[in-house]
Design a protein around this ligand. Structure first.
Ligand SMILES: CC/C=C\CCC/C=C/C(=O)SCCNC(=O)CCNC(=O)[C@H](O)C(C)(C)COP(=O)(O)OP(=O)(O)OC[C@H]1O[C@@H](n2cnc3c(N)ncnc32)[C@H](O)[C@@H]1OP(=O)(O)O
Length: 261
């Protein structure tokens, strides 16, 4: 039987779906996870009754640990290429969605997890000091591609993005609020009710006007990736399969295991 990485609950009375990422231990974004996520987004996009999506996690303390590092380490160029196409597809479906998307960030959210959050229209994060969020790619010795960077710029601006990306910063909830990476903090128990009430405010805006406005803001970056999608895949494969980058990933995974022990 095929494993399910996400649970989708659609409320037909409100037109709002809740997608709960459910891939313990850390909701890392594997090829299969990303493929399932993109299919779910596409299904909801085609459902005329669905106007909004709340993205959250059912794994305690983790929103998403980002891209699954094991998909990028010791794999063939063909596998790396397929994986990157799935990462692109996830982003295209989420960032390019015509639906209202709200991230209810109920745990840590590094790198690809942060990308998912900043691809939504609004972010509410649980105010728990141990949680963190940010594009920390440089800490792994890798580089966030231009569409990660541009999504971040559209969220927090140029200077803050440059600072954040060069240093691979991860922000705790109050810092994330201050820099504009999240829009609101909430206690754990009220996170989902607050997300629903924010959703109601957004649902009050006529869809066509909001959708055209959203597209106007996001289309330039989306089109840029669409124009050079295959070149972006080849660039990723060439970069990630380099011996020096493979070594960095290996050391990072060893560091994660040591931290645990
Ligand atoms: C040209 C462009 C080139 C490249 C672009 C690439 C862009 C990359 C984007 C990414 O998203 S890279 C991934 C970045 N992610 C991280 O840095 C997160 C790393 N993980 C953590 O910091 C922590 O695990 C945590 C998410 C904060 C959770 O901590 P906790 O203490 O709760 O769990 P633990 O660390 O013990 O992890 C449990 C288990 O999970 C494994 N793990 C963690 N993260 C990942 C991951 N991203 N991919 C794969 N596996 C991951 C970890 O090793 C542990 O495994 P174990 O049980 O077997 O020891």
């Amino acid at each position: 039987q095929r494993r399910m990485f996400t649970n989708v609950e659609m409320d037909n009375s409100t037109g709002v779906a809740v997608i709960k990422m459910n891939s313990p231990p850390v909701n890392s974004l594997s090829l299969e996870f990303l493929t399932e996520f993109a299919i779910n987004m596409e299904k909801l996009e085609m459902d005329r009754g669905c106007r909004g999506v709340i993205l959250t996690s059912s794994v305690p303390r983790i929103f998403s640990a980002g891209l699954d590092i094991t998909e990028m380490y010791g794999k063939t160029p063909e596998h790396c290429g397929a994986f990157w196409r799935a990462v692109q597809e996830m982003w295209l479906k989420l960032y390019g969605s015509s639906m209202i998307t709200i991230a209810a960030i109920n745990g840590s959210s590094p790198a690809g997890g942060c990308l998912m959050a900043i691809s939504c229209d609004y972010r509410i994060m649980t105010d728990y000091p141990k949680y963190s969020i940010g594009l920390n790619e440089t800490k792994l010795g890798i580089v966030a591609p231009f569409w990660f960077k541009d999504t971040m710029i559209n969220c927090i601006g140029n200077r803050a993005t440059e600072h954040s990306l060069q240093l691979g910063l991860q922000y705790n909830p109050p810092e994330a609020l201050k820099v504009g990476l999240v829009d609101q903090l909430e206690t754990e128990d009220k996170l989902m009710t607050t997300a629903s009430s924010v959703m109601s405010q957004w649902l009050a805006i006529p869809d066509h006007a909001r959708q055209i406005t959203k597209s106007m803001m996001r289309k330039p970056i989306i089109d840029q990736l669409l124009r050079q999608r295959e070149a972006d895949v080849q660039n990723f494969v060439k970069f990630i399969t380099k011996d020096s980058i493979q070594k960095s990933l290996q050391m990072y995974m060893e560091m994660l295991k040591q931290k645990k022990g």
